[in-house]
Design a protein around this ligand. Structure first.
Ligand code: 13P
Length: 283
C-alpha cells in the first residue's frame, strides 16, 4: 500500500524507532527491497534521486514500477515513494504530479530566506495533494550524484525558523553526516540534534546513513532521528557480490544472472538495518 510518510514517521518518532529510507536505482533493487521489507513486516521509504529518476526513464516510469511491483508481489506493508533531494519546486511538482507520495525539497544551498520561500511553495502544493514534505537545513556534505560538496552544520534557530515558517513535515538538519564513504569517523553533533528535537518535536532525518556505526545510529534515534537514509552500503554490497560472481563465472552473459548475483548481499544489509532501526513488525 502506498502512503505518504507523515504518519509513519510521527509514529516512529513517538515510539523511538526509525523507518529505513533505501535509495532505489532500478527495477531489481526496488523488488529486492520490497520483498525483504515485506518479509520482515517493516514499513519502507523508497528514495529516488533526480539522477536515478533520469536513469530509470522518468517520474512516470518510477511510479509505474513501484505500483506494479506492489500489486504483482502482493506487498501489503506501507510503502512511501519519496523524491530524494529535489532541487527545485518544478522537480518536486513533477514527482507529485506523477504519483510520488512524498518529496524532499533540498534548498539548503540557498540562504535561509530563499530556502524558506522555496520550501513553503513546495509544502503548499504537495499538501494539497496529500504528499508529505522533507526539507534540509545546513548542508549534508559528500557526493550528490558524483558532485562533491561541503558539509555545513545546521543552526538550531534556522531549523526552528524553516519549520515554523513553512509547515514542513520532517526535517533533515545537517549535523555531521556525509553522503558516500566517510574519511575517518563521522562527527555527529548529538547535542544540537537533541536541541532541535526538543524545540520542534517533529521527525528528524539523518542523511548519509552508510558507514555510521550502530551505536551512533541508536543514539541518533534517541535524539529524534526517525528516518535513516541508506544508499552507499547497498551499492557496495551489491557491486562486491556482482564483481565476485563475474570473476568466478567468466562465461556468464545473461543479465538476469548478473544483476541477481547481488540480491542476497543486498538483502543481508537490509535485514541488519531493519533490526538496528527497530522497524521490524512495525508495518
Ligand atoms: P549514503 O549514500 O551515505 O548512504 O546516503 C544516502 C542518502 O543520504 C540519500 O539521501
Amino acid at each position: 500500500m502506498m502512503v505518504n510518510a507523515k504518519e509513519l514517521l510521527e509514529k516512529a518518532h513517538n515510539g523511538k524507532y526509525a523507518i529505513p529510507h533505501f535509495n532505489i536505482n532500478n527495477l531489481e533493487w526496488t523488488r529486492f527491497i520490497l520483498e525483504e521489507c515485506q518479509k520482515q513486516n517493516s514499513p519502507v521509504i523508497l528514495g529516488v534521486s533526480e539522477g536515478a529518476i533520469k536513469y530509470i526513464g522518468g517520474e512516470d516510469v518510477v511510479v509505474s514500477i513501484v505500483k506494479s511491483l506492489i500489486k504483482d508481489l502482493s506487498i501489503t506493508i506501507p510503502v512511501v515513494l519519496h523524491l530524494d533531494h529535489g532541487s527545485s519546486y518544478e522537480s518536486c511538482k513533477r514527482a507529485v504530479d506523477a504519483g510520488f507520495t512524498s518529496v524532499m525539497i533540498d534548498a539548503s544551498k540557498y540562504n535561509l530566506e530563499e530556502n524558506i520561500e522555496i520550501t513553503k511553495k513546495v509544502v503548499s502544493y504537495a499538501h494539497s495533494k496529500n504528499v508529505s514534505v522533507e526539507a534540509e537545513i545546513g548542508h549534508v556534505g559528500g557526493e550528490e550524484d558524483g558532485v562533491a560538496d561541503e558539509l555545513a552544520y545546521a543552526k538550531v534557530e534556522d531549523a526552528i525558523m524553516l519549520t515554523k515558517e513553512t509547515g514542513l513535515d520532517f526535517l533533515a538538519p545537517a549535523l555531521g553526516s556525509v553522503h558516500g564513504l566517510y574519511k575517518g569517523e563521522p562527527k555527529l553533533d548529538f547535542e544540537r540534534m537533541k536541541k532541535i528535537d526538543d524545540a520542534l518535536n517533529i521527525p528528524l532525518v539523518l542523511h548519509g546513513g552508510s558507514g555510521i556505526n550502530d551505536e551512533l545510529i541508536k543514539k541518533a534515534i534517541t535524539c529524534g532521528i526517525s528516518k535513516l537514509n541508506i544508499n552507499t552500503e547497498l551499492q557496495i554490497a551489491w557491486s562486491n557480490a556482482v564483481r565476485n560472481f563475474i570473476t568466478n563465472n567468466q562465461v556468464v552473459y545473461d543479465p538476469r544472472k548478473v544483476i541477481k548475483a547481488g540480491e542476497e548481499a543486498m538483502k543481508e544489509v537490509i535485514d541488519k538495518k531493519l533490526e538496528l532501526l527497530g522497524s521490524i513488525n512495525k508495518a
